[in-house]
Design a binder for this molecule. Structure first.
Ligand code: PLP
Length: 373
């Protein structure tokens, strides 16, 4: 095993795809995190988390179906419903667990899962675990999706998309996908990890499409991005919630979401509803970044800048970090189209001046370092 580990590390080094999980120190401008609304350090979320620790303790103590459901979970689920307009919500310990939960609980040999080819790793893993037949359809291609739905032999089908895709930042046509699912008696699962707090005045792309009450549309969410906390949720019909409580293994066999995280996320929902200007600031900052870097503005907070080979992208990101600017560096296998990219997040709490300085630096480095195709 030790020889194999060393050989694997050498392969990663040769391909320029080494990742590091080390704390970042020093004063840096963070254009890499997913704290889109700048809520993770908001005193109101912190106060809610502290109050929850004092009231419930630091952990949920058990699975939600044993003794791990507390009033704060019900409060969070009610706030998520109020924000997104969805009839029912079920909180999980992460967005990853929410995605595992819904697809494994709905999957099996009688359910065809149709994944957009750009969906997040958690959805790919969930589909694999579900024991369903799984097919990918070309990214955003509604004609291809229609053909696959029409040709299916399974009695049930689940179509999986993201409202705003995590790496390229582009938006799905949620309305078209929902229409096709209705026509073909399929369930649409929309991962709104990058949509809630950003799209539809913060209420999500499903809400914006007028589908908040649609029974054939389920939403999955993370509490760890725009909501500034930690955890995940499935938002859908009461019948879906009841099914998940009874069958989703990542809900049943997992300790309940930490009370502090639940309370902070509930507070974030209230702030998003009350402060639409925060959500609007993401759009303004996204426009500023896109214009300064000469890329098309993506739909939400994530702006994606092509950066050549994995090695080139990593070098660019390292030089930016040396200069005090943190950006995401996405290389295979994280990039769905194989093109390495810098990923910049247009956080609401960044000042235009900070963004102008950072994009100026990126342009200077890009012009000095020839970007290989
Ligand atoms: C599209 C998408 N879905 C799910 C997740 C997982 O969410 P969490 O970090 O809460 O597990 C992420 C996070 O990276 C994501 O980008």
């Amino acid at each position: 095993m030790q020889d194999w580990l060393a050989a694997q590390a050498r392969v990663r080094a040769r391909r320029g795809i080494i990742r590091h999980a080390v704390p970042r120190t020093g004063a840096v401008l963070d254009l890499a995190s997913n704290d889109y609304l700048g809520l993770a350090a908001d005193p109101r979320l912190q106060a809610a988390a502290v109050a929850a620790v004092e009231r419930y303790g630091t952990g949920a103590r058990a699975s939600r179906v044993v003794t791990g459901t507390h009033a704060v979970h019900a409060e969070l689920e009610a706030e998520l419903c109020a924000l997104t307009g969805r009839p029912a919500a079920l909180a999980f310990s992460s967005g990853y667990a929410a995605n595992l939960g819904i697809l494994t609980a709905l999957g099996g040999p009688g359910t065809l899962i149709l994944n957009d080819e750009h969906v997040h790793a958690s959805l790919i893993d969930a589909a694999r675990l579900s024991r369903s037949p799984v097919e990918d359809f070309p990214h955003g291609d509604m004609d291809a999706l229609k053909q696959r739905l029409a040709a299916r032999s399974q009695p049930r089908a689940v179509v999986v998309i993201e409202s705003i895709y995590s790496v390229l930042g582009d938006a799905a046509d949620v309305s078209a996908a929902a229409r096709l699912c209705a026509e073909h008696d399929a369930l649409l699962v929309v991962d709104e990890a990058h949509g809630i707090g950003v799209a539809g005045r913060g209420r999500g792309a499903v809400y914006a499409a007028g589908l908040a009450g649609a029974e054939h549309v389920a939403v999955t969410a993370t509490l760890s991005k725009a909501l500034g906390s930690q955890g995940g949720a499935v938002l859908g019909s009461p019948a879906l919630r009841e099914h998940l409580v009874n069958t989703a293994r990542s809900f049943i066999f997992d300790t309940g979401l930490a009370p502090a995280a639940a309370a902070a996320a509930a507070q974030a929902c209230r702030i998003i509803a009350d402060e639409p200007e925060r959500v609007a600031a993401v759009g303004h900052n996204a426009a500023l970044i896109a214009a300064a870097l000469g890329v098309d503005q993506a739909a939400g907070a994530v702006q994606s800048v092509p950066a050549g080979s994995p090695r080139h992208a990593a070098e660019l990101a390292a030089r930016l970090e040396d200069a005090g600017v943190l950006v995401g560096c996405f290389r295979p296998p994280s990039v769905p189209d194989g093109i390495s990219r810098l990923r910049l997040t247009a956080r609401a709490d960044l000042a235009p001046e900070q963004l102008r300085n950072a994009t100026g630096l990126i342009n200077t480095l890009l012009s000095r370092m020839e970007v290989p195709a």
